[in-house]
Design a protein around this ligand. Structure first.
Ligand code: SF4
Length: 345
């Protein structure tokens, strides 16, 4: 088998034949226009951006016009594009270039990335398209392509994975034709390697794409892991005198506030606190219950105390075993009580 051309070679060749060439911000090296398009394209589809881009340029044809315009007028031209921080940053950035850089665009990515609203990837895109600089982009589309092609097994939002992706993006850069390569990555992510149903049969990277080989295009990139829900465990003491079960009313605030529940905590301490005489204690199978913000494992212990013991403590009440589950107790406690309904006798 002849060796396949490099990743970048295939992408560049594909971009030249199949990529997008007629977008209004292409065929120019004017950094102002390149920058404007890159900012507008953040989180916004090409078809939405085109009319905004054209109207914006009619009113603000150059950097100085934009820098000296009132912010309200800039926002007015942004209305409908969303993410309005972009418009404010755009205005601020124009002013920074005028005041800090004398109206001249910095040419390297580090200086570009110091300007308002320009992140590392946008800085690289401006440097590549306006100044032909060899700089790596890594926006959401590119991350998707790389995560699939190289079967990156972790969520790309993780710092370590992000670092790895940047290193990969830099490694893949071609020695020349940076514009076609950068545009190719953008085009591939937008037209073929789309979020759902990527068109792998037409993809220039298909032969080396691990996601395609493994049939895992739908799984990659790995989705953001769900926030881990804290786990708690607690002992609930089912105190039975043979015919009744002891319930305790919770304070008005907090979990199960104001409800009757089983005493919670270490068995010996609960028994001592209530001044009871323990006859026997038997752990019964634990039960899990999911709350909105945590999961609770209830570890019930069935404790038998002598029949004639009664409790004077405030908030405590003996309830008949067959009525306990319906005594206004919270759901997990009710389930526990139903399990031990046979404690009677
Ligand atoms: S082969 Fe498919 S999944 Fe792989 S990079 Fe191309 S379009 Fe994306």
């Amino acid at each position: 088998m002849p060796e396949l051309p490099a990743f970048s070679t295939r992408l560049i060749a594909w971009q030249k034949c199949e990529g997008r060439h007629g977008l209004p911000w292409q065929q120019t090296r004017d950094p102002y226009r390149v920058w404007l398009s890159e900012i507008m394209l953040q989180q916004t589809q090409v078809t939405t951006v085109i009319p905004y881009y054209q109207r914006f340029l009619e009113t603000f044809p150059d950097l100085v016009t934009l820098a000296t315009a009132p912010i309200e007028r800039v926002i007015e031209h942004w209305a409908g594009l969303g993410y309005y921080a972009r418009a404010r940053n755009l205005h601020r950035c124009a002013q920074q270039i005028v005041t800090v850089h004398g109206g001249n665009w910095p040419k390297n990515t580090e200086q570009l990335a110091e300007l308002s609203g320009i992140g590392r990837s946008t800085a690289a895109a401006i440097a590549a398209f306006a100044f032909g600089q060899r700089a790596a982009i890594l926006d959401g589309n590119v991350k998707r392509v790389l995560c699939r092609h190289f079967a990156i097994e972790e969520f790309p939002g993780k710092t370590a994975v992000d670092r790895k992706l940047w290193a990969l993006a830099e490694e893949l850069l071609p020695a020349s034709e940076i514009e076609a390569y950068t545009q190719g990555l953008m085009d591939l992510g937008a037209t073929l390697c789309t979020r759902s149903r990527p068109l792998c049969l037409r993809c220039p990277l298909a032969e080396t794409c691990l996601a395609r080989q493994q049939g895992r295009q739908g799984e990659l990139p790995v989705a953001k892991p769900r926030a881990t829900i804290p786990e708690r465990r607690s002992t609930f003491v089912i105190i039975s005198n043979g015919s009744q079960i002891l319930l305790e009313r919770r304070p008005p605030s907090g979990l199960w506030g104001g409800l009757l529940v089983l005493p919670e905590g270490d068995v010996d301490r609960v028994i001592a606190r209530l001044g009871l005489q323990l006859e026997s204690a038997q752990a019964i199978p634990a039960m899990r219950h999911a709350f909105t913000h945590f999961r609770l494992t209830l570890e019930p212990v069935l404790c038998r105390v002598s029949k004639n013991q009664c409790i004077a403590e405030a908030g405590m009440t003996w309830v008949d075993v067959d009525k306990a589950a319906d005594a206004g107790v919270p759901t997990p406690i009710r389930k526990l009580l139903m399990r031990v309904a046979n404690v009677k006798g």
